[in-house]
Each structure stands twice: as C-alpha cells, then as structure tokens.
Design a protein around this ligand. Structure first.
Ligand code: NDP
Length: 331
C-alpha cells in the first residue's frame, strides 16, 4: 500500500536542527524513538503513519534498539518493513540508531557489554532492519563486569567495519562517560552522543553528566522527555483506554499516577496553558532551552501526538519567573 510514499517537499522547513557535539552531524531538535508502539503487538498501519508523518515534518532521526517491541526485535523488523516500502529511497536523509546491552538472547553472550554481544547484536539488528549500516550504534548500558576498553573497542570495531558510522553510549554515569570518551578518542572514534533519561520529572543529568558532555564535546539526546506520557494532560481526567498506563507495558503503570504526581502535572498544565502551549509542548521546550541538549527523543502513539509535540518548537524560551514557578511546582 505504501510503495508510493512521497514525503512532503517542505519537510526541512518545519524542523530545527542542532549540531551534535562538535561532530559534523546535525540532529532534529525532536527525534522519534520506537521503544513502544512499533512492535508486532501494535497496529502496523498506525506505525507506518507515525513514521511517515515524522519524516514529513523533518524528523530525520529514528532511534531503535535490539530489544524494542514487543516481542524483542519486532520494532526493528517493522521499521525494516516500513523502510522497504518506500522510505529506504531516502536512506541518505535518515539517521538510524540501534543499541545493544540489555537482555536479548539466552546464555552469557545475550546482554551487557562484551565485544561478542555488541558485534553479534549489531549484525542481528542490521539484518532485521534490512540495512547495511546504522548511523549510530550505542552501548545501551555500562557493564561493570566487562573492561570498558573492550566495550569501546567493540564500538570502534563496528565503525571501522562500516556497520556503524558513529558510536554512542546510553545510561552511563558522568565518571564512566568521561572514561569512555577518553578511550574512544584514543581509538580514533570519538563518542558522538550520550542518551540519558531527562525530563522535568528526572533531573539526574543535571548532576554532572551535562557538564561532562559539554566539556567532552559530546552531543546529548534525552529519552522519555514526557516521562512516558505523564508530562501531558492525558491523565488529568482519569486513565484513557488508549494510553501507556492502560496498556500491557510494565514500564508505566497506575502506580505512577500518585496524587503527588497528578498534583504537579495539574499545576504544570496550568502554567503551560498560560504560556499558550500544551503541557507536552512545555515539557519538550523546557529541555530544549538548554543548548547542551542536542535532541529530545520522544515516543508517539499517533500522528496527532507528533504534531502536538513538534509544536513545542514555536516557543522554547522561558522567562525567569516561569522557570522559578516550574521549580516550585516540582519540589
Ligand atoms: P516519552 O516520554 O516521549 O513518552 C512517549 C509516550 O507519551 C507516547 O508513546 C504516548 O503514549 C505519550 N505521548 C506522547 N506525546 C503525547 C502528547 N502530545 N499527548 C499525550 N500523550 C503523548 O518517551 P518514551 O518513554 O516513549 O521514550 C522515547 C524514546 O526514548 C524511546 O522510543 C526510545 O527510543 C528511547 N528510550 C531509550 C532508553 C534507553 O535506555 N536508552 C530507555 C527508554 C526510552 P500513549 O499515547 O501510549 O499514552
């Protein structure tokens, strides 16, 4: 059905791009992740629509990992199918990433940071997506039982082999980021990017990581910027039938909808309305106000959510008073 896909000709006018560290790569201010909504258990036609809408609006970067689904691997397979139905003609306009590190297959080589795991996993991901290379390959998490040199050498090897163009790390502490960066630089494959969790509800990167990234000239793409949907107005009137909390996902449940959280969300929503934005837009803008954040990596279960979220780019500045008010609400 989608063999005829023709992207919007004005797609690059709608998006703003930011340089990733001091590399040659620019990433869209908003990127799309395929952790949820793109597995075999999801609606494939909807998945096609979301991906096409994203590219039509200037989102050039799609983020995957070996284990995205469910079942694990199926998001990459579905993405490969969508690529093969038309999008692949635009491969040189796309930044596709994948990762290895979390559990993927049984036995001692199916997770963590060994060279064995990373190389095998990357090969599997390329096969599932039907592509020759990924643009960015990540070590998905730090492995305390594997020498960091080995994990970084595996990333370097993938780049040397042409299976990845750039190397990235995710969920690494500031200290391990610094070490990884040094090793990768010595290997001649500088670390392009770090992928941490960062939102108004998750402030850990402010405790050292962002400073390290700036100092090391590493880009930063932040995941779960909407705290998986909490930082929107969707849960203010109960739990919608179509929502991550109502779904089978174990990652966001009713337990996250505490009175304390809902109270914060209500007050943040009021402030967003005063700013003429949706809460989702304000949550994304709040991250983009920091120049060290290269890209905000959102998820979306519909094209409408994408449109809402990209609308954040119309207003990313905050007054001093607004920022103070946000801090008071989040306390
Ligand atoms: P978000 O915080 O952006 O949450 C996305 C979810 O919020 C959507 O699926 C949708 O869920 C809801 N939503 C999005 N926009 C709106 C809107 N405008 N109004 C109402 N609801 C909205 O990000 P994710 O947690 O999905 O993570 C994004 C990406 O980050 C992942 O796909 C993945 O690529 C990456 N990631 C990386 C990790 C890592 O370890 N490196 C870990 C986790 C994620 P619904 O409609 O179903 O309620």
């Amino acid at each position: 059905m989608d063999k005829q896909y023709q992207p919007e000709s004005n797609r690059y006018e709608q998006m703003k791009y930011r340089r990733c560290g001091n590399s040659g790569i620019q990433l869209p201010s908003i990127s799309l992740g395929l952790w949820h909504n793109f597995g075999f258990t999801d609606n494939f036609q909807n998945a096609i629509q979301v991906i096409h809408k994203a590219f039509d609006m200037g989102i050039t970067h799609f983020d995957l990992a070996n284990n995205y689904g469910p079942p694990a691997g199926s998001a990459e397979e579905n993405f490969g199918k969508i690529l093969s139905q038309g999008l692949k003609s635009y491969r040189d306009e796309l930044i596709i990433s994948s990762k290895a590190g979390y559990y993927m297959w049984p036995g001692p080589y199916g997770e963590w940071g060994s060279r064995k795991n990373l190389i095998a996993s990357c090969d599997q991901s390329l096969k599932r997506m039907g592509i020759e290379y990924v643009d960015i390959f990540y070590s998905h998490r730090y492995d305390p039982n594997t020498p960091l040199e080995e994990t970084m050498e595996a990333l370097n090897q993938l780049v040397r082999q042409g299976k990845a163009l750039y190397a990235g790390i995710s969920n690494y502490s500031p200290e391990n980021t610094l070490k990884a960066s040094k090793i990768l630089r010595e290997l001649g494959t500088p670390c392009l990017i770090h992928q941490p969790k960062y939102s108004m509800f998750e402030r850990t990167p402010e405790k050292g990581l962002l400073d390290v990234l700036e100092k090391e000239n590493i880009g930063c793409i932040v995941f779960s910027p909407l705290a998986q949907g909490l930082l929107t107005d969707k849960y203010l009137k109960g739990i919608p039938e179509k929502s991550r909390v109502a779904s089978a996902s174990p990652f966001l449940t009713k337990n996250n909808l505490t009175d304390e959280n809902l109270n914060k969300i209500r007050h943040l929503n009021e402030l967003a309305v005063q700013r003429g934005q949706s809460l989702a837009q304000m949550a994304i803008a709040w991250l983009l106000k920091d120049k060290r954040v290269t890209s905000v990596l959102i998820g979306a279960s519909s094209p409408e959510q994408l449109i809402d979220n990209i609308g954040s780019l119309n207003k990313i500045s905050f007054s001093k008073e607004e920022l103070e008010q946000i801090e008071i609400i989040l306390k």
